[in-house]
Design a protein around this ligand. Sequence first.
Ligand SMILES: [Zn+2]
Length: 385
Amino acid sequence: MNRRTLFHGIFAGLAPAPLFADTKATLPLTEFEPKSMLHVQETQVERAKYPVIDFHTHISWGDNMAGKEAVRFPAPASELLAVMDRRNLRMLVDLTGGYGKGLEKTIATLQKPHPDRFIVFTEPWWSKAPEPGYPQFQADQIARAHQAGARGIKVLKTLGLYLRENVRSGKLIKIDDPRFDPMWEAAAAYKMPVAIHTSDPEAFFLPIDRFNERYEELNAHQDWSFHGKDFPSNRELQEARRRVMKRHARTQFVCLHVADSEDLAYTSELLDSLPNMSVEIGARIGELGRQPRTARKFFDKYQDRILFGTDAVPHGEEFPQQVFGDKLYQIYYRFLETEDEYFDYAPSRIPPQGRWRIYGLGLPDPILRKVYNANAARLLGLTLS
Ligand SMILES: [Zn+2]
């Protein structure tokens, strides 16, 4: 097919058929919505094959840099429970449970009334990090959070990419800064796993230009770019986290978003050298599902250290790959359970993280059970009835 016939084919029906290549129609990328012509298997997975623990959700939220304890709840528990019951979701882990009085409120709202359905994690008081007594204060707060009922600690990418010596100004504080050592040790003492999000997709560290595979996403959210300025590279951030995990060998770390989902060889090397590390898959099936053969081997090899998670946010419509709801879970189940080919990784008209589609892994039952619940249950010290 020559160029002229190709363009003629694409734009038939949209504009008068161009007779010559130099009068060809143009179509903005944002309006391009190609429908796949493949006739392939489409499996509807209504319920997960085994009860699911979603280890990565945000069903409460506060401002983690402002030093305010207030938390808000984007949806009432009843709304969440209805979806959970339909989709065989046994438990949601609410990572952003807050701290201090906010944490107490989150626990009282979610975990106390529904102890078999919601688990709440606490977060560090980032705003106090510049203060002299912070290391001990933060360790004490972990004890207080544990006492209040928190089951783990969430560390957002705030550490490494936002938190600075004067909170919002000055030099970036490093992930392996020793002031956090007492906090990592307290996590071990109270058997609270640390769910840690470090760095971001590699493309977020590159210029937002026509070579960037996440151009549309970055163009829509320009503040997500960590290109230039004083930001460390993805690898520097990853290596700082590796030093933390190595230094605190008694602490269990769950690296969110598959640690580095674009470089499974690197992630495998981390897992091989750090027995206290696990990974979680939230918001990264778009990466795993476009390298299905590598991903399948990864799930085989690390089947005891991979946790199900989605990064779901109720009513988070701005980020379709994370909107809590029936559709999101059905996509995850389809990805893990079936060998379906070339399907959308997010409930969205246009693939929101990049214009590609994914392939199912078709995991065998013993691995599914571990990923869906057994690995998380072990780390959280739960027995599922
Ligand atoms: Zn998250």
